[in-house]
Design a protein. Structure first.
Length: 294
């Protein structure tokens, strides 16, 4: 299928002058929300293919700062999901992103470093953070833009899960984005682009919060290299803030190891399993800590 068959890309291209202004002027940092980018029949097929992916194809990311699953193994995706990823990393779409975001020379990432399909079930969460700033394998790639395409056939407000965009000083949540199906969020990746969905999901059993995450880079002679920077919210309290900080330090060590040793997703899962056991021990010591998820 062609990009035109998958995406309503002509409408996006025609709207770029207005969208680029909205993007640049958005608070708390440059971003834009786009609804209905994927054609209706295509998004319905993507939902069906996502539901058919076997459980053992997912890697767990279960630790104090997040509770989710990810899949970068595109050979386990259906043809529509694969075609969507190709369309969103195509020359034409990347050129559109350059005009939208103001970054020249954007590079799509075929390795899906940190990206791919993501899902979280009841109790799942992702603490507020700013993303890692440099590719783990491509030594000269600086991360510039995040794209999230939500893949939820149904989403109800009472389930929670809105993505929170926090002020750059972490004093307040400035806006939220509900993860409704066929909604795309594009935002600039920077050291202070803090975001997350920190409250545990309240979805029914078996219902997941799902998305396709794609990241775009520029090639630079000198990089700013920093791992994912999790932050406590003003109301998290001393114990919560201490747990977030300690877990972040453990993840920093993992990030260094991943860059030097090129650890696989399986290696990440085993490492994070250790961190998850540490989280359980923290919860036993502090009964008020974040509840366990499925």
């Amino acid at each position: 299928m062609t990009t035109d068959q998958l995406l309503d890309i002509e409408a996006l291209e025609e709207s770029i002058p207005e969208l680029a202004t909205r993007y640049a002027d958005a608070a708390p940092y440059p971003h834009v929300v786009l609804d209905g980018v994927v054609r209706p029949a295509v998004i319905e097929q993507a939902y069906a293919e996502l539901a058919a992916i076997p459980d053992d194809a997912w890697t767990n990311y279960l630790h104090l700062n997040e509770r989710k699953f990810a899949n970068t193994k595109q050979d386990t995706w259906g043809p529509t999901l694969q075609a969507l990823a190709e369309a969103l990393t195509s020359e034409r779409f990347v050129a559109l992103l350059e005009r939208l975001t103001g970054f020249d020379g954007l590079l799509a990432d075929p390795a899906l470093d940190g990206g791919g399909l993501h899902r979280s079930f009841a109790g799942g969460f992702l603490n507020v953070h700013a993303d890692f700033t440099a590719h783990h394998v491509q030594r000269h790639w600086q991360r510039r833009v995040n794209l999230l395409l939500y893949l939820n056939p149904e989403w109800r407000p009472e389930w929670g899960g809105d993505l929170e965009l926090w002020s750059t000083d972490m004093s307040r949540c400035e806006t939220t984005v509900a993860p409704v199906g066929n909604r795309m969020l594009v935002f600039t990746t920077a050291e202070d682009s803090f975001h997350g969905h920190p409250e545990p999901l309240r979805t029914p059993p078996g219902t997941a919060r799902q998305s396709l995450a794609l990241y775009y880079f520029t090639e630079e002679a000198r990089l700013q290299v920093r791992p994912t920077d999790y932050r406590a919210r003003p109301g998290d309290g001393r114990l919560g803030a201490a747990g977030i900080y300690l877990d972040k330090q453990a993840l920093r060590a993992y990030d260094i190891a991943k860059r030097r040793l090129h650890l696989s997703d399986g290696g990440a899962s085993r490492w994070l399993g250790v961190l998850n056991r540490r989280r359980r021990a923290t919860e036993r010591r502090d009964p008020t800590h974040r509840p366990e998820g499925d």
